[in-house]
Write a new protein. Structure first.
Length: 372
């Protein structure tokens, strides 16, 4: 199969859909891999790296879309990319269609088969192509929070690990899922005094069993949150209620109860944020202050470490990409219900019920698409 990877064109996107290692695996499986020139540069991969892996460098995105049967990307296709898709072509990338009627209409019109990373599932009930980005954002959160706490940035001027004779900073992580667990581990590794709050007792039990010595756990009641934020130097917001906007767990009035110069890192900002005073910021201008408390609310945190993020995403997408290329989308999805869960659009039909409900559009089942 001809697998194509165009350079990402969404502003501030430095990741790339196929790494040289993934390209090499596809070539070893007998496929032809076409990479747009300089597609990997933002993540530190040169054209020569791809050529060494056996891929071919193509001069333009048009040429990639024209030649490839399977397009592998990172971000949802932009309007100019959507116009290049065609019937019979398979698109494998993040789509996030529910809040995006224009993109959905264009993908339906294209006739292409579109498989969304974010709805592919796994045996544990998780989302294996979202998890790597949560791991990245979680591990990054204490790092950016530590920087926010520095005096020059308006922070409290507190070092996370303290020094001999000076106690460590107190870090509160609200939400102990993928982001929260990775954030807590890194904050603890930096020497901070870490507490993780969650509303799920099974999750708190798991965290206590596995990480009992690394950090403390607490139930995320309103009362516990109100008490613990008064002591915290840094609060990391890492909650997720699937399919809903993030609940607001710290109100504006509560900011006055916090230490001046404390840092709020709202990782859940891509779901609206879990602090009342959060609004999305960018890597160019990541922090702002409200009532003496600093807020870091970058909605695409993994973009800050594009190389790590690209490789982590590539590791997770590789088996699915190979299955799609080896078997064709129909057999690959028929053989793997978890990949089939990623099917959002096929030949002008919506195949993901939740997207249909969100947009008020009719949908068919993915099984019906297999039978088409
Ligand atoms: N900003 C970014 O760049 C970025 C990157 C990756 C993920 N995210 C976001 O981070 C958030 C967390 O993602 P995740 O992968 O860790 O999700 P997850 O499902 O693994 O974990 C979420 C946790 O929140 C807990 N929770 C739900 N409601 C709660 C409440 N009221 N109080 C306390 N805990 C509560 C759940 O029990 C669960 O353990 C999501 O909103 C996700 O979209 C943002």
């Amino acid at each position: 199969m001809k697998i194509g990877c165009p350079k990402e064109i969404k502003p501030q996107e430095f990741r790339v859909g196929i790494t040289p290692n993934a390209a090499q695996e596809a070539v070893l499986h007998g496929h032809e891999v076409l990479i747009e020139t300089s597609a990997g540069m933002g993540a530190g991969f040169t054209d020569a790296d791809y050529v060494a892996a056996g891929a071919k460098i193509v001069e333009s995105a048009e040429a990639v879309f024209a030649a490839a049967e399977l397009i592998v990307k990172v971000k949802e296709p932009q309007p100019v990319e959507r116009a290049r898709l065609r019937q019979g072509q398979v698109l494998f990338t993040y789509l996030h269609l529910a809040p995006d009627p224009e993109q959905t209409a264009d993908l339906l019109k294209s006739g292409a088969t579109c498989i969304a990373y974010e709805t592919v599932t796994d045996r544990m009930g998780g989302l294996p192509l979202l998890a790597p980005m949560s791991e990245v954002a979680g591990r990054l959160a204490p790092q950016v929070g530590a920087w926010t706490l520095q005096k020059a940035n308006g922070g409290r001027g507190v070092l996370l690990g303290g020094v001999p004779g000076v106690g460590p900073a107190k870090v509160l992580v609200i939400g102990g899922g993928v982001v929260g667990t990775h954030a807590a581990r890194v904050a603890s590794g930096m020497g901070a005094d870490v507490t993780v709050l969650d509303r799920s007792l099974p999750r708190l039990r798991y965290l206590d069993d596995v990480f009992g010595r690394e950090f403390k756990t607490s139930y995320a009641s309103a009362g516990n949150i109100a008490e613990l934020i008064t002591l915290a130097d840094m609060v990391i917001g890492a909650v997720l209620v699937p399919g809903a906007a993030a609940p607001k767990l710290i109100s504006r009035a509560q900011l006055k109860t916090m230490k001046p110069g404390a840092a709020l890192v709202d990782v859940a900002i891509d779901q609206g944020g879990c602090f009342e005073t959060s609004h999305a910021t960018t890597h160019q201008d990541p922090i702002y202050e409200v009532d003496g408390v600093l807020h870091y609310c970058v909605a695409n945190m993994p973009g800050a470490v594009a190389r790590t993020s690209t490789i982590a995403l590539g590791n997770a997408t590789l088996p699915f990409m190979l299955a799609l290329a080896d078997k064709g989308w129909k057999k690959a999805c028929a053989d793997d219900a978890h990949l089939l869960a990623g099917l959002n659009v096929h030949a002008g039909k919506l195949t993901y019920a939740a997207v249909g409900e969100a947009l008020g559009l009719p949908s068919i089942t993915p099984q019906a698409a297999l039978a088409m």
